[in-house]
Design a protein around this ligand. Structure first.
Ligand SMILES: Nc1ncnc2c1ncn2[C@@H]1O[C@H](COP(=O)(O)OP(=O)(O)OP(=O)(O)O)[C@@H](O)[C@H]1O
Ligand SMILES: [Mg+2]
Length: 321
């Protein structure tokens, strides 16, 4: 898939961070940015404060992430910096997100998680006075190249927000909206898309008899799943989720987490969460941000039980933030 209609620039090669590069090390990543599988010698017992997470992983459904080193990252940032006017919000973020995986972004309020997420589908473009330096790549293509079709990019890199935002339209029309805008007028085809996406978003059984009703009549958890279905209708590769369950009750949160687990078979998911347990439960990889910098990224189980950085340990054990 290409993001533009003009000839493609050569895919940029991935620079290896040099000594003068003040981006934080990807501590658990090797030089090619690939997170290596745990070696038995790495498996020391966790410290007591981290023991709570070790327990969580005993019942985890997630196998430790084993990205194929030959597999190109779906999303990548190289030395990415971001500015709101004079204020710098992101500092030299370098990260690779493997395809068909869940990566969680954690970190205290104001550390730049949402800002970084929004750079990945150019949602910050709509904020005046912002500036980006460095690179963001989707399937190896520069997201910020001048010839990129932003509408096409946002179809491929969908976004789900903290507060569900259904249109004041019927359930059917909410999901059919994207394909209709893209020119699909065939009611039968639209019906198939709506059914498929609602099934994928684990909402079909609850709404199949009331598709013509207003989406605003759904519960908060149902609305959030509807927004996920709406994102799926544009056939994305990536779903960016900014605290998708933070406004939901425990039962709805569990449904969203189950859904994320299902969706990663087909999609690459990046989720921002303040909930450590949630990050530990749903993600294969976790990235810890602090004051606009990526401090550490690694396999979720490793990051939560044997973080490399003291700052990461302090944060996940609740010493600050
Ligand atoms: N539209 C904006 N204009 C100016 N500054 C902004 C804007 N949005 C965010 N910022 C600033 O950028 C920094 C990072 O904010 P961001 O929203 O990315 O943090 P966050 O990690 O998502 O926080 P939270 O966990 O509270 O959602 C903060 O200092 C914030 O004040
Ligand atoms: Mg945020």
């Amino acid at each position: 898939m290409t993001l533009n209609s003009s000839p493609q620039p050569e895919t940029p090669s991935v620079p290896t961070p040099g000594p003068n590069n003040d981006s934080p090390d990807m501590n658990t990543a090797n030089k090619s940015g690939v997170v290596p599988k745990l070696r038995p010698t790495d498996e020391q017992p966790p410290t007591t404060a981290l023991g709570q997470f070790a327990k969580l992983f005993q019942n985890s459904r997630n196998e430790p992430g084993v990205p194929n080193p030959d597999q190109a990252p779906k999303i990548e940032a190289q030395d990415l910096c971001f500015f709101y006017g004079e204020k710098q919000a992101l500092f030299n973020v370098t990260i690779k997100v493997p395809p068909r995986s869940v990566t969680a972004f954690i970190g205290p309020s104001g550390c730049g998680k949402s800002t970084f997420l929004r750079t990945l589908n150019r949602m910050n473009d709509i904020i005046e006075g912002t500036r980006l330096a460095g690179k963001a790549l989707f399937d190896g293509q520069d997201i910020y190249a001048p010839n990129v079709d932003v509408v096409q990019l946002r179809k491929k890199v969908g976004m789900v927000f903290q507060k569900s935002t259904p249109f004041p339209k019927s359930i059917f029309d909410n999901v059919a909206y994207g394909p209709m805008i893209a020119g699909q007028r065939n009611r039968r085809v639209l019906g198939e898309i709506v059914e498929t996406c609602l099934k994928r978003a684990a909402l079909w059984n609850e709404v199949k008899d009331r598709l013509a009703e207003s989406a605003l009549a759904l519960s908060g958890g149902q609305q959030q799943r509807l927004c996920i279905a709406r994102s799926l209708a544009t056939n994305p590769d990536v779903l960016l989720m900014d605290e998708p369950a933070s406004a939901l009750d425990p039962a709805s949160t569990a449904r969203i987490e189950d859904l994320i687990f299902e969706l990663k078979q087909n999609y690459t998911i990046v989720i921002v969460t303040h909930n450590m347990q949630q990050a530990a439960r749903v993600s294969d990889f976790t990235a810890f941000f602090f004051e606009g910098r990526l401090i550490e990224i690694g396999e979720t189980q490793t990051l939560f039980t044997r973080p490399k950085e003291k700052k990461t340990e302090d944060y996940i054990t609740g010493r600050f933030g």
